[in-house]
Ligand binder design. Structure first.
Ligand SMILES: *[C@@H]1O[C@H](CO)[C@@H](O)[C@H](O)[C@H]1NC(C)=O
Ligand SMILES: *[C@@H]1O[C@H](CO)[C@@H](O)[C@H](O)[C@H]1NC(C)=O
Length: 166
């Protein structure tokens, strides 16, 4: 657990504090480790189909009920944590159980869209998405959550004539 803390907390928190401390960044120590978790957010779209929540500027609609999986290589093993998109196509994978998390060793994959007419993967493709650090959140229970984004996952129909007509 302690190596997990060091690896995950040190980098982003350092970044956060460097901006607010007037001087000596070396003075930062972590004598009182706080509980924390990792959150990874992202969004799943169907391109070209006009569904509930269609965004004209993007020509895309949110995909609810899609499964996003965080895959991390932890030591010699793999660890997976999943989440499902809501009606806005938004997912938030949360974990406090990965024991040696480093964002570099994780990728997010989204299963083929549950929409049968919109399940051709357009972006980011087979390799999944890397994690990008966003910010550190303080949750109501005083826990810190280190938030990353996996960005947007886009699916499309084989042929736009397959989209349901609104
Ligand atoms: C972390 O969580 C555990 C169990 O939930 C609790 O016992 C402990 O006091 C917490 N530590 C801190 C620093 O908040
Ligand atoms: C899409 O489907 C329509 C109707 O089935 C067909 O006429 C059209 O050629 C198709 N377009 C493409 C790009 O396959």
């Amino acid at each position: 657990m302690s190596s997990f803390r060091c690896l995950v907390v040190s980098l982003p928190i350092l970044v956060l504090f460097l901006g607010s401390l007037p001087s000596n960044a070396n003075a930062i120590t972590f004598r009182h480790p706080t509980n924390f978790s990792v959150g990874i957010e992202g969004i799943v779209f169907c391109k070209s189909c006009k569904l509930q929540g269609y965004d004209k500027s993007m020509d895309a609609s949110p995909v609810p009920g899609a499964t996003a999986s965080l895959l991390c290589i932890v030591g010699k093993r793999g660890a997976t944590v999943k989440a499902t998109t809501d009606s806005n196509g938004y997912f938030l994978i949360q974990t406090s159980t990965l024991t040696s998390f480093t964002a570099r060793k994780c990728r997010v994959f989204v299963k083929p869209s549950p929409l049968r007419y919109c399940n051709v993967a357009v972006y980011p493709g087979r390799g999944g998405a890397a994690l990008k650090f966003e910010r550190v959140l303080k949750l109501p229970n005083n826990e810190l959550q280190i938030l990353y984004t996996a960005g947007a996952f886009v699916f499309g129909p084989r042929n736009v004539t397959m989209c349901p007509q609104m």
